[in-house]
Design a protein around this ligand. Structure first.
Ligand code: HEM
Length: 142
């Protein structure tokens, strides 16, 4: 029986394991550097994206069911909390997702995995928006 994405390391393997995820992240940040719609979120990042690329790569390896590379190298992380200091509304969330959509489209992944991955990654992206908005509202209420 074919593996179900989300079970064990099925998603990690479908994404081409470490080399495939590295390529995905590189394409993702290349789009963020080029896409006019992503200019605002590019501007929130450090000038040099090398560490950002490595962090997203390490995070996604574990998130997709592969080796958990992020915590040993960078410490524990909770994605929405790590973004709460940023100003993320729907436009910023959608710009991030657009870069991911463009990057995923370029990968040699199975079509059903591409659709699955984009559906799944919407969830943490939306949680980043919600955390960011809650932080902004709490500050305004002070
Ligand atoms: C919702 C739209 C998102 C925006 C606008 C966004 C933007 C950013 C920015 C600007 C940084 C650098 C923060 C800094 O240096 O202070 C960052 C870091 C990071 N982002 Fe996102 N992000 C988004 C969603 C996501 C999602 C969905 C994931 C994972 C699936 C993710 C994973 C990461 C990781 C692992 C880091 C490094 C965190 C750290 O430095 O500890 N991001 N993001």
């Amino acid at each position: 029986m074919a593996a179900v994405y989300g079970d064990g390391d099925a998603s990690f393997q479908a994404a081409g394991a470490q080399a495939g995820i590295k390529r995905l992240v590189d394409h993702f940040y290349d789009h963020m550097e080029r896409a006019p719609a992503a200019a605002a979120i590019r501007g929130m990042h450090p000038e040099n994206l090398e560490v950002s690329r490595d962090k997203l790569y390490c995070f996604l390896c574990g998130w997709l069911g592969g080796e958990k590379l992020f915590a040993p190298k960078y410490g524990p992380i909770m994605i929405p909390r790590a973004h709460a200091h940023l100003e993320i509304g729907e436009p910023e969330r959608d710009a991030w997702l657009l870069c991911m959509e463009k990057a995923v489209a370029e990968q040699p992944y199975a079509e059903d995995f591409k659709a699955y991955l984009l559906r799944e990654i919407f969830v943490p992206a939306e949680r980043c928006r919600v955390f960011s908005q809650r932080r902004i509202e709490a500050e305004q209420a002070e």
